[in-house]
Design a protein around this ligand. Structure first.
Ligand code: PGA
Length: 248
């Protein structure tokens, strides 16, 4: 059985003070959760939010990590720096990073390997654009991301994968339950072919893209879907909690 994991991706929202207020509101609402609960916060919020969630069942995540241990990489943050503040998870290769910040499959792979080496759990995002889906290229795009982003990973079960169709992110347009399940099933099959079938059956694959309090139950009922990476709906405590408590 794969334990579901619901992670909030705050993106560039919430000052440290606002972040603390948000997790303080979330804490009592999710304390009976049966899934792993993660908040991926802006780097500057990490110390304050980390302190606020101490002793709770909420885990701390970052939104990016550099591949080098240290050095001349202005503006970047290393895995050890994140670890020093109790970060356990890190989103890597989000489509916004690929689109706006020049992230490539190669840099996603390097960041993922560096995060694993430091003992962080990467949440690696993959997914196709609308043009790619409509052009029938979804599987081809995913094949390339799977081959390149996960190259050299010794134990696939140490990562979390977020399947995020780009056309569903922040658009209010969710993949249908069946579409999401089918595509995640495809990803799992491909992982089995490219890596190892046993790891493929164990690795957790989230769905991300306009998942909310209303549609989460249907998505989470799908056998291939092991959780969600939640953007907009993670910024409101009741909405995020409703997703975390999808099974109640
Ligand atoms: P959304 O974002 O839930 O606002 O669509 C998801 C994501 O980008 O991770």
């Amino acid at each position: 059985m794969r334990k579901p994991i619901i992670a909030g991706n705050w993106k560039m929202n919430n000052t440290p003070e606002e972040g603390v207020a948000l997790v303080e509101a979330i804490k009592p609402l999710v304390k009976e959760a049966n899934c792993d609960v993660v908040v991926c916060v802006p780097a500057i919020d990490i110390p304050a939010v980390g302190a606020a969630i101490k002793g709770s069942n909420i885990k701390l995540g970052a939104q990016n990590v550099h591949f080098a241990e240290k050095g001349a990489y202005t503006g970047e943050i290393s895995a050890n720096m994140l670890k020093a503040y109790g970060v356990e998870y890190v989103i890597i290769g989000h489509s916004e990073r690929r689109q706006y910040f020049g992230e490539t499959d190669e840099t996603v792979n390097k960041r993922t390997l560096a995060a694993l080496a430091a003992g962080l759990t990467p949440i690696v995002c993959i997914g196709e654009s609308l043009a790619e889906r409509e052009g029938g290229l979804t599987e081809q795009v995913l094949d390339k991301q799977i081959r390149e982003d996960f190259k050299g990973i010794e134990d696939l079960t140490k990562i979390v994968i977020a399947y995020e169709p780009i056309w569903a992110i922040g658009t209010g347009r969710t993949a249908t339950d069946e579409q999401a399940n089918e595509t995640i099933g495809y990803i799992r099959k491909k992982l089995g072919e490219c890596f190892c079938p046993v790891c493929a059956s164990k690795v957790r694959i989230q769905y991300g893209g306009s998942m909310n309090a209303k549609n989460c139950k249907g998505l989470m009922a799908q056998p291939e879907i092991d959780g969600g990476l939640i953007g907009g709906a993670s910024l409101k405590a009741p909405d995020f909690a409703a997703i975390v408590n999808f099974d109640k």
